[in-house]
Design a protein around this ligand. Structure first.
Ligand code: 1CP
Length: 341
């Protein structure tokens, strides 16, 4: 079994450095587009044979050192009682949004076995088909990020509704965050029981907060999730997009691996977190538009800076974009392996 990803998560400096890519399954891959051409996104997430198929595509095509379950962070929110749709060009829509006491009252905890059986079945299929070739990563959104989708009703630029609830009705915000956290713990725990070998918690919008507000309105619930999963022995990765100013605080959540986006160099990140954490990242996804020779220089630089951390898992600083040529993503994986061998 290729377990360099798990070894690095546990703090071992491996040769080569393991690499996987956030959103490694997706529209930049012609093989994914072929499946998506016949199925809408939510149906794809809810059809275990298809979700497993697209999960495996980047493992075969790119040669990455880990697979990540194909699903979406918004799936458990639908199971909590908020209708979810993905509209072409508009992104996710969660309607009606959660804004007042009555809206929070309508939400309910989930039993993953009966409410999201397709996720657990996808994991079981993947465990069979991967035959331990590479480890399987499970994931969830972080409570602050999930709350932002619930309260805003979709993607936002201003975050005015979530911040309004934080500041006008902190007790209601806390109650909503408690419920989301309870759901997320049950959801990740079920994924681990079904067989995932690491989990990543995506805090895509945590980075919009100041240090003071991140500590009050995001960290406690992320920390509760990490703490609840501690005894599973499965490595926990916490990724806060645009979180360079928050790294030392994010560390307090207790995950063994911190994801870092491209805005903060990994040597700086290692310094800010005391040098004893495993770091994951952090090539700017747009560097995949560079010609090979320049891409090679960038990969070298990320590897050199990543060597300052306790251990390093190579990744992009955020997800692969649909415009990236699949061949460049494959080249990236090859370069990481060659240059860190
Ligand atoms: O058209 C399509 O095929 C749908 C595009 C797509 C895909 C491929 C969406 C819609 N989600 C996904 C899969 C997905 N989402 C994965 C799969 C595993 C992998 O990495 O290969 C993962 C881990 C996610 C996680 C996710 N979904 C996040 C966190 C990570 C990140 O990118 O910051 C977020 C914020 C979402 C919400 C989401 N899902 C999809 C869209 C368009 C959005 C909205 C993003 C936004 O609000 O700007």
């Amino acid at each position: 079994m290729n377990d360099i990803f798990l070894q690095a998560c546990q703090g071992k400096r491996t040769r080569p450095v393991p690499v996987w890519l956030m959103r490694q399954a997706g529209r930049y891959l012609p093989a994914y587009q072929k499946v998506r051409g016949q199925t809408d996104f939510l149906t794809l997430c809810k059809t275990p044979e298809l979700a497993a198929k697209v999960t495996l595509q980047p493992v075969d095509i790119l040669g990455v050192d880990a697979a990540i379950l194909f699903s979406d962070i918004l799936i458990p929110l639908e199971a909590m009682g908020v209708p979810l749709a993905f509209e072409e060009g508009r992104g996710p829509v969660l309607e009606p949004p959660v804004r007042c006491n009555k809206d929070v009252e309508r939400l309910h905890p989930i039993d993953p076995v009966s409410d999201v059986p397709f996720v657990l079945e996808t994991i079981r299929i993947l465990k069979r088909e991967l035959e331990n070739k590479v480890p399987l990563i499970g994931f969830s959104g972080a409570p602050f990020t999930l709350a932002s989708y619930l309260i805003e009703g979709g993607t936002t630029r201003s975050f005015v509704n979530i911040k309004r609830m934080m500041f006008e009705e902190p007790a209601l915000f806390d109650r909503l965050m408690d419920l989301i956290t309870q759901v997320t713990i049950a959801y990740l725990d079920a994924q681990i029981r079904a067989g995932v070998q690491a989990v990543q918690v995506f805090d895509t919008w945590g980075g919009i907060l100041s240090r003071q507000d991140f500590r009050r309105y995001a960290l406690p619930w992320a920390a509760r999730i990490m703490d609840a999963l501690k005894n599973t022995g499965v490595p926990r990765i916490y990724f806060v997009l645009d979180g360079g100013h928050l790294l030392d605080i994010a560390k307090e959540a207790g995950a063994e691996v911190l994801g870092v986006d491209w805005r903060t160099d990994l040597d700086t990140a290692a310094e800010r977190t005391g040098g004893n954490l495993v770091l994951q990242g952090n090539l700017d996804p747009c560097c995949l538009f560079l010609p090979e020779i320049s891409l090679q220089e960038r990969v070298k630089s990320v590897l050199e800076k990543g060597a300052r951390a306790r251990a390093h898992v190579f990744n992009l600083g955020h997800g692969v974009m649909p415009e990236i040529p699949a061949e460049k993503a494959r080249l990236l994986v090859e370069l990481v392996h060659e240059l860190s061998a």
